[in-house]
Design a protein. Structure first.
Length: 179
């Protein structure tokens, strides 16, 4: 049996953790990711926060000398919120200790996780995926329906993964998940 590949997801919003873990599990079930890939944890940290470096260090430092690290990789998912993607990547990278950079992948969403929902459902979102998703739900479910962040993970099974491939950040995420 192949050795498991363990990783941790770090993101700005804890509610996004269920969404990203759900995407990973779906990709595994559909055979697009190896079954030995294990998400060992989901942590919360802002992209520009010294706490990020401490979390990465804790995830990748062996408990005892001469032991392997507890995790094989850390994936940091950050929102560019419509700003420059590379600027968000650089701000995030500044907080990653240099000795761990080879085991850390940074995935920058152009806006936020809702852009994947919109892309996966075929919803045009311009520069505000949250607004587009709210409008879509109101049209689909009636005037009083609204979108709230806790609903994010509920969309995983409804997404068209082929459509999602149109998102640069999704392709980057897939690459980061490869052992």
């Amino acid at each position: 049996m192949a050795r498991s590949f363990k990783l941790c997801l770090i993101m700005e919003d804890r509610r996004g953790g269920l969404f990203f873990k759900g995407i990973i599990e779906r990709l595994k079930v559909e055979g697009k990711l190896p079954p030995n890939l294990i998400v060992s944890g989901v942590r919360k940290s802002e992209k520009c926060n010294p706490k990020l470096g401490r979390i990465v260090t804790a995830c990748l430092t062996p408990l005892r000398p001469h032991q392997p690290p507890p995790l094989d990789r850390v994936i940091v998912i950050v929102d560019a919120e419509g700003g420059p993607v590379e600027g968000a990547r650089i701000k995030t990278l500044e907080h990653i200790p240099s000795r761990f950079r080879d085991k850390v992948r940074i995935v920058v969403l152009e806006y936020c996780a809702e852009e994947w929902v919109c892309a996966g459902l075929g919803i045009s979102f311009g520069d505000d995926p949250v607004r587009a998703l709210k409008d879509h739900l109101r049209k689909e479910r009636g005037a009083k329906a609204d979108y709230h962040k806790f609903m994010l993970a509920g969309f995983v099974s409804k997404l068209n993964l082929v459509r999602l491939l149109s998102c640069r950040s999704f392709r980057e995420f897939l690459k980061a998940l490869q052992p």
